[in-house]
Design a binder for this molecule. Structure first.
Ligand code: ZN
Length: 100
């Protein structure tokens, strides 16, 4: 049997997965939590913000966002970040006009 290193906690275990059985449970809970969190609060404008608001680590969130079940959430975040960048741009232009 091949020994594998868990990508979440770093412990060694012997299954075909990338996660040890303990972390698999933690991942399941986190994913459920993350989905309900976004349903309640809406998607933030960045993954950093999502990590900060939800209390989940950036590393774990990035891992979940790579999975197909989170592709919708990933899209919403990138859409929001585009809008936020656009708003910043507009605001800075408005500020410049005021300064002239
Ligand atoms: Zn683990």
């Amino acid at each position: 049997m091949e020994l594998k290193k868990c990508i979440r906690c770093g412990c060694f275990f012997t299954t075909e997965d990338n996660l040890c059985p303990n972390c698999q449970k933690r991942d399941d809970n986190d994913k459920k939590y993350l989905k309900s969190f976004i349903e309640t609060n809406g998607a933030p404008s960045s993954v950093q913000e999502l990590s900060f608001q939800s209390g989940l680590s950036l590393y774990d969130i990035n891992r979940y966002l790579k999975e197909s079940e989170f592709s919708g959430i990933k899209k919403s975040i990138s859409m929001n970040s585009n809008q936020a960048a656009h708003l910043d741009d507009q605001l800075s232009r408005m500020n410049k006009k005021e300064n002239l």
